[in-house]
Design a protein around this ligand. Structure first.
Ligand code: 5GP
Length: 190
């Protein structure tokens, strides 16, 4: 059985990765399964444990790190986020294509472990608009908004390292662009 393809979706916080991710996951041609990350961030009211993230304590997260259970992990805005290795490897071994969503620094370690993976960086239409969006989304927590803006700037500096940079003027268009690259890749692997 051909091993599944590992697809990495990255880009700054609030750039709209989530919308693109949902379109890609619903696309039957791509047969993508989502890699659910572990995080110590508190669960938001609209989030489901075991679907959006595995919400864990700092102690549980540290245990995963100690047991080398994560493919990569990072600290973001005071919380930890990591990609469970076993989940990705299991799906891949069953021939399933896996979609991993990470901030830009998570991409390096995944590529190092899985050089055949394919990474996409989602760019905002322009930075001012992204800044406005972050300020709006996190209007109740200005410090968090500012940290996300600073991190977005840093993430965008890493964009030239990616082979595939997609502008998110429109989530449907961005997803279509990603699909085109993936279909070519999947065709090659047949
Ligand atoms: P949020 O708190 O908005 O859900 O996520 C914050 C950032 O962490 C987003 O850019 C998201 O893509 C990223 N992220 C989510 N899961 C992981 C992960 O497992 N590893 C890394 N490196 N980043 C992640």
């Amino acid at each position: 059985m051909t091993k599944g393809l590992v697809v990495i979706l990255s880009g700054a916080s609030s750039v709209g990765k989530g919308d693109i991710r949902d379109i890609l996951l619903q696309d039957k041609d791509l047969k993508l399964f989502y890699s659910i990350s572990e995080t110590t961030r508190p669960q938001r009211p609209d989030e489901v444990d075991g679907k959006d993230y595995y919400f864990v304590t700092h102690k549980e997260f540290a245990e995963s790190v100690r047991n080398k259970e994560l493919l990569e992990y990072t600290e973001f805005n005071g919380y930890y986020y990591g990609t469970p290795k076993q989940q990705v490897e299991f799906l891949q071994s069953k021939g399933k294509n896996v979609l991993i969503e990470v901030e830009a620094q998570g991409v390096g370690p995944i590529k190092l472990n899985m050089p055949e993976s394919i990474a996409f960086f989602v760019m905002p239409q322009n930075f001012e608009q992204l800044e406005k969006q972050i300020n709006e989304l996190y209007k109740d927590d200005q410090a968090s908004a500012q940290r996300r803006i600073n991190k977005a700037k840093m993430d965008m500096e890493l964009a030239p390292l990616f082979n595939n940079v997609v502008s998110n003027e429109d989530a449907q268009k961005a997803a279509a662009q990603i699909k085109k690259v993936l279909m070519k890749e999947l065709e090659k692997r047949k």
